[in-house]
Design a protein around this ligand. Structure first.
Ligand code: FMN
Length: 406
């Protein structure tokens, strides 16, 4: 499929599906267990209607958004997505370039195959950095110190990966560490020459995780670095003390990603985070978890107006972003949308994803009779009936994080 034939994010997904071997496409596209959460993330947006107003002069429109003192050209950024070098060599460098060109933020995953220096060189004003808690706190402290030294101002701590989840597509495809391909996977890979050529050109095997390389043993191979990373995360022992620890350590903007419970959001707010990304990790962690869009109003009500709330998971349309903003998010993030673009076409594919969403936001805003994002809110939304409700308050005896490790 030629890139100029691409009209929607779903088209980009289809183009990625055609270029990648199944094992790779499924890793990006898939969710946890039965993938109910993945489906729910799309369906939750479809429960809302945007109510238009007409005879408003909408000839001049802006979707500029200011967050943490920086003004971006759209109200969305690019999510951290680890291991993207497997789908396209230099993927995160391309995502950084796309973010800089479009003036939107990009949160690099700590599990990236590009170094933080490399992405910052390409997008000095647009980079955020995402971290998982490490089992060895001292290591996390050193990593964060390094990230700060290269000029990153916003650190994103991901909360929602306490364990490695059961991703059934990966299990069926044999996506394991170290990468050992089954015969059927090799045959499938051979039928995807575009992807195979790039993969082999980059040396094949596991791509390096440069942000961990400097902490692994001298001369560690990419597989040894990946093993080192896997020994540090997920840190199942993480508690709120880890967030407090990073709050003390990090002088810049601290964002927590992956909260869904209003009480967790209140706790993060009390610890002094600068932002919360309401997220279910794109349906990749807890299959029966709510969609962020279902809990966003509860979280907004719980934390009040001052706390910066952002949202990801399931965004495939500009209208999804507008719905999230109407419900009280200040900003959104996209994960797979740009990854499909990168996997299918490299940098132009990521740019295509951004321009599709930007254009849809612009057209929908005009159709709603609004000229800026400041004009939208719950008054623009319809919803069929009652919101999801939490069925009982958390008893004090089961409150999580009460046993705080040192
Ligand atoms: C292939 C892939 C890798 C991901 N890797 C990370 C990661 O390293 N760190 C992280 O915090 N989230 C990671 N995520 C979750 C995304 O940051 C984000 O929450 C999710 O993709 C948003 O949903 P969407 O893909 O439906 O837009 C990953 C998601 C995907 C699809």
């Amino acid at each position: 499929m030629k890139i100029d034939k691409i009209v929607t994010i779903d088209d980009l997904r289809e183009a990625a599906r055609r270029r990648l071997p199944r094992i790779a496409f499924d890793f990006i596209d898939g969710g946890v267990e039965a993938e109910h959460c993945l489906t729910r993330n799309r369906e939750a947006f479809l429960e809302y209607r945007l109510l238009p107003r007409y005879f408003a002069d909408v000839s001049k429109r802006s979707q500029k958004t200011t967050i943490f003192g920086k003004t971006y050209d759209s109200p969305f950024g690019i999510c951290p997505t680890g291991l993207a070098g497997l789908w396209r060599t230099g993927a995160d460098d391309m995502l950084a370039e796309a973010a800089a060109a479009a003036n939107i933020p990009f949160a690099q995953s700590c599990a990236s195959n590009s170094s933080v220096e490399s992405v910052v060189a390409r997008a000095p004003n647009n980079m955020w950095f995402q971290l998982y808690s490490t089992r060895d706190r001292e290591l996390g402290r050193r990593l964060v110190g390094h990230v700060e030294s290269v000029g990153i101002e916003t650190l994103v701590l991901t909360a929602d990966v306490p364990i490695a989840p059961k991703r059934e597509r990966n299990m069926r495809n044999g996506f394991t560490r170290p990468l050992r391909f089954k015969m059927s996977t090799i045959i499938d890979g051979l039928s995807r020459p575009g992807w195979l050529a790039g993969y082999l050109q980059a040396g094949g095997g596991t791509p390096m995780m440069p942000n961990w390389q400097r902490y692994a043993k001298e001369g560690a191979t990419p597989d040894e670095v990946a093993d080192f990373f896997a020994g540090q995360t997920p840190a199942s022992e993480q508690t709120w003390a880890d967030l407090e620890h990073y709050r003390k350590l990090w002088p810049g903007n601290l964002v927590i990603k992956g909260l869904l419970h209003p009480e967790d959001a209140v706790r993060a707010n009390n610890i002094g985070v600068d932002g919360i990304i309401v997220s279910n990790h794109g349906g990749r962690q807890l299959d029966m978890a709510p969609s962020p869009i279902e809990v966003l109003p509860l979280i907004r009500a719980a934390v009040g107006e001052k706390q910066v709330l952002m949202l990801d998971s399931g965004i495939r349309r500009g209208s999804d972003i507008l719905i999230a903003l109407c419900l009280g998010a200040q900003f959104c993030f996209i994960g797979r949308s740009t990854l499909y673009g990168i996997a299918a076409y490299g940098l132009p594919g990521a740019q295509k994803a951004i321009s599709i969403l930007r254009n849809e936001i612009d057209l929908n805003l005009a159709q709603m009779g609004r000229t800026s994002l400041a004009e939208i809110g719950p008054h623009c939304l319809m919803h069929r009936g009652s919101q999801f409700q939490i069925m009982a308050p958390e008893p004090a005896s089961t409150r999580t994080g009460s046993a705080i490790h040192a």
